[in-house]
Design a protein around this ligand. Sequence first.
Ligand code: ATP
Length: 352
Amino acid sequence: MDALLSVRNVSKTFQRNFKALDNINLEVQQGEFVALLGPSGCGKTTLLATLAGFLQPDAGEVHIEGRNVTRMPPHRRPLNTVFQSYALFPHMTVLDNVAYGPMRAGVRKPQARERARESLKMVSLDHLADRYPAQMSGGQRQRVALARAIVNQPRLLLLDEPLSALDLKLRKRMQLELKALQEKLEISFIFVTHDQEEAMAMADRIVVMNQGVIEQAGTSGDIYKMPRSRFVADFIGDANLLECDRDGSRLSLRCCGQPAGALDAASAGRDMLAMLRPEDIQLSRTPSGLDPMLHAAKVTGVVSIGSHTTVYLDLNGTAIEARRLGANDLGLNRGDDVYLHLPADRIHLIEA
Ligand code: ATP
């Protein structure tokens, strides 16, 4: 079966030689929720604008439902876009704001309003249909913008940081609502964000971008556990990236000599880093005695924020970060001696 959206070798250059998109390849399936995630300036908005048709790529093609839409104007593409600034018409009621699109497309007013009502029901706002945008909260206005974007039943919805203007609490609630709405509608969503938690909370698949290229695409679990590059490891969550020594194909952690795995054929001869997430590192006040893989370290700092405690450590001159759920239950303080266990099965190797 054809993917709903297929982006093939798309490149876009600005000002003659700045590559905002460099050979992007991406497929999105029907009903899939994809997050485009990356730091400011990595090309997320440029890619979205290329999909929407506001920008023309210099090279490559965009296909939707098997049709090449690369040269098709935005209004003819079977998609809609929700921007960060959702610009509702202030002089129109919520109902008429939503009915505006179908009316412009030639649907008669009563039918357009009927559809608008349906669409407002989807975002649980039908009871506020007669209000004006100024009489609504930020979250409600955001939902009107969504209702307006889904009223024409697009196959694909492009969302460019639509929640970034909302405060954190509301933003989290809207993330859940948006995800539930997307599942109900079975429309494919492509959601741009620079917030990794937001991407992980909502998306079936995350596409991590950096400097105009896709660094990695996968489920949040895959990307978190098996980042393919140092950039991805650092960008998604916190990571300890430890240097390795090589002996033939065998690797060991430079900071403590512990075996870190072996190089495979693909990475033979390469320098590798061993990644360990802070929450995978175990701490104890006393050596268990029997476990040969316990390392003595010194606490250099402790930060407790209620839900978890981060312990900063010095292991033979290497800085290491460990995280424990809940309060500082070991009662650790700066300067304390502590023992670390670095579980071998949690070590993930990345090319340096
Ligand atoms: P943000 O999260 O800050 O919105 P982004 O990942 O969406 O960032 P883009 O807006 O796609 O990034 O921009 C990618 C790069 O292309 C940036 O370096 C930007 O300055 C540049 N760029 C974007 N549009 C133009 C333009 N019209 N002319 C020149 N350079 C541009």
